[in-house]
Design a protein around this ligand. Structure first.
Ligand SMILES: [Zn+2]
Length: 424
């Protein structure tokens, strides 16, 4: 970290890595050779020159895999060099496969080691992964990162929620890794069976990914109270890598790991860089995944960047409030921009609500919000609940939704990628 102690040192480091990466990639990677060769291969010796390259979009990558099945052509090496394969969840279309070489898988593990260290996880910690270890990348790389750090990694694959809770207590797990939704679900299931995780578990740190929840203040607070632990956010993506982490200073957002990624934030309409402090779409170039890189990749994530100094001393750019939502998920209701993360922030102020669903319904020219609530075991009476929630929405977001209550167990539960927001 010493070498990256000022802004120009960070940028010099990024340009050097980028140059090395492109040198390798453009020799043999068909996808980027085709994409970047129109004016001869670019000689990138500054970040300004990077900004002259075209963006990479998810649609392009999906189309490439359809045209050249099954793995597409964003491959720098021959197939036998790859040792890991994962796939995206495909919630917004056809799932994509993504391959890693020994080198790039090692790079993933290093990125996760950074996430753990930034949250205060140390060698000797016992890290429990409440994760199914299926084909999605999820926390696979976190599992490798724990090994690199010298922590004890405990798999929660193939386990029921009750078995996971038991293992966390019995093994003396000190760190929990899962989605924010699942952390809340586990804690509320534990309560139903009379287990107090604050007293009975040794979890002191929780790290969450897959959804923005851990940067949403009331969700964070809820997880911390349910587990008696400090809760940290981590944004990442299958095709990009583990690009962000929350530091122990916890300034209300995440850092981008700028030693391994280059971040840009653009206006999603015009593609032009936004001013610092303005919201926009995050664009990422990864520097250590030479076997299957992304260059100027439009993540679809809405963020608000700042370079304000952080108490932790790192100079890496911060995304205030973490990932605020998907650019596509923003809806305008009566002139107000509404993000799913802002809705969740309101909902998590009501511990008596177990699960919820929100729909933005288009009726002629007007969009209306419809909210479905499922009360949990802590709800002793539903009298006035709908009204209180509607009132809170009005105060926080400036809108009053229609509210409907449903009986317990009606709405779906999630282990990965909760889907609660729908546009109808
Ligand atoms: Zn910091």
């Amino acid at each position: 970290m010493e070498a990256l102690s000022n802004r120009s040192a960070i940028e010099e480091h990024q340009v050097k890595r980028l140059h090395q990466m492109l040198h390798e990639v453009l020799k043999t990677n068909e996808f980027y050779r085709t994409k970047l060769s129109s004016d001869g291969f670019p000689e990138i010796d500054s970040l300004k020159k990077l900004k002259q390259l075209p963006f990479t979009t998810k649609t392009e990558l999906v189309q490439d895999q359809i045209a050249r099945p099954p793995f597409g052509s964003d491959l720098t090496f021959s197939l036998e060099k790859y040792i890991r394969i994962h796939q995206t969840s495909g919630t917004t279309g056809k799932p994509m496969y993504w391959l890693d070489t020994e080198e790039s898988w090692e790079w993933w593990a290093e990125c996760w080691k950074t996430i753990f260290q930034a949250a205060g996880v140390r060698p000797g910690d016992r890290v429990y992964f409440a994760f199914s270890f299926g084909p999605f990348i999820g926390f696979w790389a976190g599992w490798e990162g724990a090994r690199k750090l010298g922590a004890l990694a405990i798999s929660g694959g193939g386990q029921s929620t009750a078995q996971r809770i038991r293992a966390i207590i019995d093994c003396g797990a000190t760190v929990l890794v899962c989605t924010p939704t699942y952390a809340i679900h586990m804690a509320s299931e534990a309560r139903k069976t009379g287990i107090d995780l604050v007293q009975q578990s040794s979890i002191r740190i929780s790290i969450h990914a897959g959804e923005p929840g851990a940067s949403i203040p009331s969700t964070k607070k809820m997880i911390e109270e349910m587990w008696g632990a400090k809760c940290y956010d981590h944004p990442g993506a299958t095709e990009v890598g583990a690009f962000g982490f929350e530091c122990e200073a916890r300034p209300g957002g995440v850092h981008v790991n700028e030693s391994e990624f280059i971040a840009e934030v653009i206006d999603p309409e015009s593609g032009v860089a936004v001013k610092e402090g303005d919201k926009g779409e995050l664009v990422i170039t990864n520097l250590g995944r030479i076997g299957s890189p992304v260059i100027r990749y439009r993540t679809g994530d809405l963020v608000q960047p700042t370079r304000e100094p952080c108490e932790c001393g790192r100079l890496f750019i911060r995304l205030e409030g973490g990932v605020l939502g998907r650019v596509d998920d923003m809806v305008v209701v009566r002139g107000i921009n509404v993000f799913p993360s802002a809705i969740e922030n309101v909902m998590r102020e009501f511990p008596e609500i177990d699960e919820f669903r929100i729909e933005a319904v288009q009726r002629r020219a007007l969009t209306e919000l419809r909210l479905t609530l499922e009360p949990g075991p802590e709800c002793t009476s539903t009298t006035g609940l709908a009204e209180r929630v509607a009132q809170k929405f009005r105060e926080s977001i400036g809108l009053r939704p229609q509210v409907e209550l449903v009986s317990p167990g009606t709405l779906p539960r999630f282990e990965l990628k909760a889907k609660r927001f729908f546009k109808l």
